[in-house]
Design a protein around this ligand. Structure first.
Ligand code: BES
Ligand code: MN
Ligand code: MN
Length: 463
C-alpha cells in the first residue's frame, strides 16, 4: 500500500493534467450538437483505462452515447468490484453566469477549498470523481497490488436518465456479474467531516402544457373574460402544496417509508449549521414541510418543485398579450417505497382533475427513477468506512442524500448486489450550476482512499 500511495504522490501533476484534459471536452449528453464530443470523451476514458492496464476495453455502442467497459480479472476466488461512473455532463447554461468558460478549466482558491478547486462543467459531477477510479486503478496496477477483480462501466447518459445503460446491464448481466458496485458521484459533509451516502431519492419528472384560447389574444380586448393559461397554471401549481408545505396530490404519501424516531434523531446529529446554510444562500429563512428539519426535508421526505415555467411574452419591453399556452417542468423527488410510475400517474390524474373548464391540460412524463437505500452492516460498507477513516483520520458518518442516481436501484435488481456510494464532492460545489468546481484536495483524497477500499473489501470478504 505504501508503494501505491507513493506512486500516487509522485504522479500528482500528471493525474491533475489528465483531469483538466478530459474536462476540456464538452460531453453534454442532452444536446445532440455535442454528440461528437461525447464520443471523444468516451474514447479518452477507454484509452486511459487501457494504458492503466485494463483488459477487454471497448466502447459499447447504444442507441444513444457509448458505454466504456474494461476489466482486470485475476482470480475467480477474489471478490469482483464493478466500478460505475459517468463521463457525460449537464449543459453549461446559462453561460453568462460563469466566471470562466465551462470547458476551459481553471484552478482557483475558495473559502472551502483553500488548496484550490478546479472550475469546469463536470469537474465534480462526475468526470473528476469518475477519473479518480481510473487513477487509483493505475496506481494499484503499477505496483502489482490490486487485491480484487475489477470491472469498469462508465456511461455517457447518466444526466439524461441512463435508459441505454439499463438495457446494457440487463443484456449483459453475466459479463457484469460482481459482488459489489462502487461509485463516486455523491458528496461528503465537509472536507473535515467525511460521510458515506446510504440513500438516494427517486424521481418523477413531468412536463405540463396548458392550452387556453386557440390563439394569442389582445389582453385588453379579451382580458378578464377568458382563462389565461399562465394565471391558471400558477393557481394549479400553488394548490399542489398546502399551508404546511404538504403535497396535496391524493395518495402521494401512501407508500412513504416511515423513519423511526431513533433514526431521525441520529440523522439530526450530523454536523449542520442552519446559520451557515442561510448565509451561503443569502436567504432570510428556510422553507419546507412542517414537522421536519432541513436535513430530513432533503433526505427522507419527498418533494415537488417547478424546475422551469414559461409562456407568453418574455422579450424586451411590454407586449400586451393573453397567451394561448403555458408550460412547466415539474420534478418530484421520491423516497423509499414510492414508485415513480405510480407517482407520475397520481400527479397526472390530479393535475387534470383540478383544471378549470377554460383550459386543456396535457401531462408528459420524462425519465424517472427509483429511490435506493444501502445497509451499513455489509462488508462493502465497512470497507468504505475503514478506507475513509484511514485517509481522513476520522470515522465517516452515514448520510442519506437528496439527489438521485436512478441506475443504482437497477444494479440491485439486475445484479442482486448493493452499491457503495463513496463520493468526495461537497454539496456546495455547484454541480449542475454555473461555476461548478471540485477541490484538488478532494480529487487526491479520492484517489488515495480508493485503493484502501479494495484492500479492506478483500480482507473483509476473506474473513
Ligand atoms: N451525481 C448526481 C446525483 C447526486 C448529486 C447525488 C449530489 C447525490 C449528491 C447525478 O449526476 C444527477 O445529477 N442526477 C440527477 C438525476 C438524473 C435522472 C438526471 C438528479 O439528481 O437530478
Ligand atoms: Mn452525477
Ligand atoms: Mn448530475
Amino acid at each position: 500500500m505504501e508503494q501505491v500511495q507513493s506512486y500516487i504522490k509522485s504522479n500528482e501533476k500528471q493525474f491533475l493534467d489528465e483531469l483538466l484534459e478530459i474536462l476540456r471536452i464538452p460531453s453534454v449528453s442532452a444536446d445532440s450538437a455535442y454528440a461528437g464530443d461525447v464520443r471523444k470523451t468516451a474514447e479518452f476514458v477507454a484509452d486511459k483505462l487501457k494504458s492503466a492496464g485494463a483488459d477487454k476495453v471497448e466502447l459499447h455502442e447504444t442507441a444513444g452515447h457509448p458505454i466504456v467497459y474494461g476489466e482486470k480479472l485475476f482470480d475467480p476466488a477474489l471478490p469482483t468490484v464493478l466500478v460505475y461512473g459517468h463521463y457525460d455532463v449537464q449543459p453549461p447554461d446559462p453561460l453568462d453566469l460563469w466566471d470562466s468558460p465551462p470547458f476551459e478549466p481553471v484552478i482557483k482558491k475558495t473559502k472551502l477549498h483553500p488548496e484550490g478547486a478546479i472550475f469546469a462543467r463536470g469537474a465534480c459531477d462526475d468526470k473528476g470523481q469518475m477519473y479518480m477510479h481510473i487513477k487509483a486503478f493505475e496506481a494499484m496496477m503499477a505496483k502489482d497490488s490490486l487485491p480484487c477483480n475489477v470491472k469498469f462501466m462508465i456511461e455517457g447518459e447518466e444526466e439524461v436518465g441512463s435508459d441505454n445503460l439499463g438495457i446494457f446491464c440487463k443484456a449483459n448481466a453475466d459479463k457484469l456479474a460482481c459482488d459489489v458496485v462502487l461509485l463516486s458521484d455523491t458528496s461528503i459533509i465537509a472536507n473535515d467531516v467525511p460521510s458515506i451516502t446510504v440513500g438516494l431519492r427517486g424521481l418523477s419528472y413531468v412536463e405540463v402544457e396548458l392550452t387556453g384560447p386557440n390563439k394569442d389574444l389582445h389582453s385588453g380586448v379579451y382580458g378578464g373574460a377568458v382563462a389565461n393559461p399562465i394565471n391558471t397554471l400558477c393557481e394549479m401549481v400553488a394548490s399542489l402544496k398546502d399551508e404546511n408545505n404538504h403535497i396535496t396530490i391524493p395518495g402521494f404519501y401512501d407508500d412513504v417509508e416511515v423513519v423511526s424516531i431513533e433514526d431521525r434523531t441520529k440523522m439530526n446529529e450530523a454536523p449542520f449549521s442552519l446559520e451557515t446554510y442561510k448565509k451561503d444562500l443569502e436567504i432570510e429563512d428556510i422553507h419546507g414541510e412542517k414537522g421536519y428539519t432541513t436535513l430530513e426535508r432533503t433526505s427522507i421526505r419527498p418533494t415537488l418543485d417547478v424546475n422551469g415555467m414559461w409562456g407568453g411574452y418574455t422579450g424586451e419591453g411590454a407586449k400586451t398579450v393573453l397567451p394561448s399556452k403555458a408550460f412547466a417542468k415539474i420534478s418530484m423527488r421520491l423516497v423509499p417505497n414510492q414508485d415513480p410510475d405510480k407517482i407520475t400517474q397520481l400527479f397526472s390524474d390530479h393535475f387534470k382533475s383540478i383544471a378549470p373548464k377554460g383550459v386543456k391540460v396535457e401531462v408528459n412524463p420524462h425519465h424517472g427513477g427509483q429511490p435506493a437505500v444501502t445497509p451499513t452492516d455489509t462488508a462493502e460498507y465497512k470497507a468504505a468506512h475503514l478506507a475513509m477513516e484511514k485517509t481522513f483520520g476520522k470515522a465517516p458518518i452515514p448520510q442519506r442524500s437528496g439527489g438521485s442516481i436512478p441506475i443504482v436501484a437497477l444494479f440491485e435488481e439486475v445484479f442482486g448486489v448493493k452499491s457503495v456510494l463513496m463520493g468526495f464532492g461537497l454539496d456546495s460545489d455547484d454541480i449542475h450550476s454555473p461555476n461548478e468546481h471540485y477541490g484538488v484536495y478532494n480529487y487526491f483524497k479520492g484517489i488515495e482512499t480508493i485503493p484502501y477500499f479494495f484492500h479492506y473489501y478483500n480482507e473483509l470478504k476473506k474473513s
